[in-house]
Design a protein around this ligand. Structure first.
Ligand SMILES: NC(=O)c1ccc[n+]([C@@H]2O[C@H](COP(=O)([O-])OP(=O)(O)OC[C@H]3O[C@@H](n4cnc5c(N)ncnc54)[C@H](OP(=O)(O)O)[C@@H]3O)[C@@H](O)[C@H]2O)c1
Length: 313
């Protein structure tokens, strides 16, 4: 396992992190038995994964993770969780945040998490959210309920990372969670240089998501980008548009996708939201050697480098 420093936290986190949200939601969406999820967590620990990302809003994920980690020495892993800053379209109250964090800690069976994140902050709500909830989050940190604060974006509607740019300008956070993949590389210019300059740790989400896990979904997305003039008609084939990435060391599209997201030096940990052990093993292999051939990278950048659409779903 490769390890990278999570920005100013100084924590050495595994390049492959386990995500418990996303389309799989720790197997809850496809009905994976909890015992299988525990096996995946144990396997992850065995191969050196030491960072788990979860959230109050991920159904039972925190509780499942807490049970899966029962008996594991607390110094063998780090947990990043989140609270939801918007409830029913309104900004939550400071009391909501405190209650959410207390519930998260109880479900995770721990007194403290390493990173407490504002979950999916929308750009238009960023200022009001900080004004109302940052003091409560700072107080929780003072009380030792978390060691650092982080923020995650609402990537599905913020493909150009407006929230993270605002947050970086304020410099309140030790970590940022970024939507980033081969089809939206915009963080390269819009987010990562600032993260490096300010020593902010980066978690990756949306590396594969749905679009790079399904050939049908990918073909539809590429057709849409061509129709809207966002990429040239002959830039990539209509059928199996990215299969040219699969050769030699790269044994699948998902493998190319995870490798791609690990290339930038600002990236600390790539979260993989799989509940499937075979997929986990493949993703582990992909991130053991996070490189892609230069010619393929050049082509990916030429075709998709300018895209700021929130592509992933
Ligand atoms: N705003 C936010 O704060 C936010 C939003 C989204 C995500 N997150 C966090 O980031 C984590 C990662 O995001 P994500 O789960 O969307 O990212 P992801 O790992 O790119 O996508 C997960 C999807 O990819 C599939 N997949 C994974 N490995 C595969 C493989 N080798 N072959 C084929 N399919 C594969 C999974 O299906 P299988 O289960 O079938 O493998 C799952 O549907 C989440 O789990 C969550 O912790 C945070």
């Amino acid at each position: 396992m490769l390890y990278r420093t999570l920005g100013r936290t100084g924590l050495r986190v595994s390049l492959l992190g386990v995500g418990t949200g996303g389309p799989s939601n720790f197997g809850q969406r496809s009905g994976v038995p909890e015992a299988d999820i525990h096996r995946l967590v144990r396997r992850a620990l065995d191969v050196g994964v030491n960072i788990f990302d979860t959230a109050a809003g991920y159904r039972e994920s925190e509780a499942i993770l807490g049970r899966a980690l029962q008996g594991v020495p607390r110094d063998r892993y780090y947990v990043a969780t989140k609270f939801t800053p918007e409830l029913d379209g309104e900004i939550a109250t400071p009391e909501d945040v405190v209650a959410s964090v207390e519930r998260s800690l109880a479900r995770l069976q721990t007194d403290s998490v390493e990173v407490l994140q504002f979950h999916g902050v929308r750009p238009q709500r960023y200022r009001a959210t900080m004004e109302r909830l940052l003091p409560a989050a700072l107080k929780l940190r003072e009380q030792g309920k978390c060691r650092w604060l982080g923020i995650t974006e609402q990537y599905g509607e913020d493909g150009s990372h407006e929230t993270l740019r605002l947050a970086l300008a304020d410099d309140h956070f030790a970590t940022a969670m970024v939507g980033y993949n081969m089809l939206n590389q915009s963080a390269d210019d819009l987010v990562y240089p600032q993260c490096l300059a300010q020593n902010v740790g980066v978690f990756i989400m949306f590396a594969v998501r749905r679009v790079l896990a399904s050939q049908d979904r990918l073909e539809e997305t590429i057709a849409d980008l061509k129709r809207r003039g966002l990429i040239k008609r002959d830039a990539v084939p209509d059928r199996k548009p990215l299969d040219w990435l699969v050769h030699d060391e790269v044994d699948s599209l998902a493998s190319a996708a995870y490798k791609f997201t690990a290339l930038h030096p600002a990236v600390s940990s790539v979260l993989s939201g799989t509940a499937n052990l075979a997929h986990f093993e493949s993703n582990l292999r992909a991130l053991e050697n996070p490189t892609l051939p230069e010619a393929d990278l050049t082509r990916l950048r030429a075709v998709f480098g300018h895209i700021t659409e929130p592509i992933g779903n």
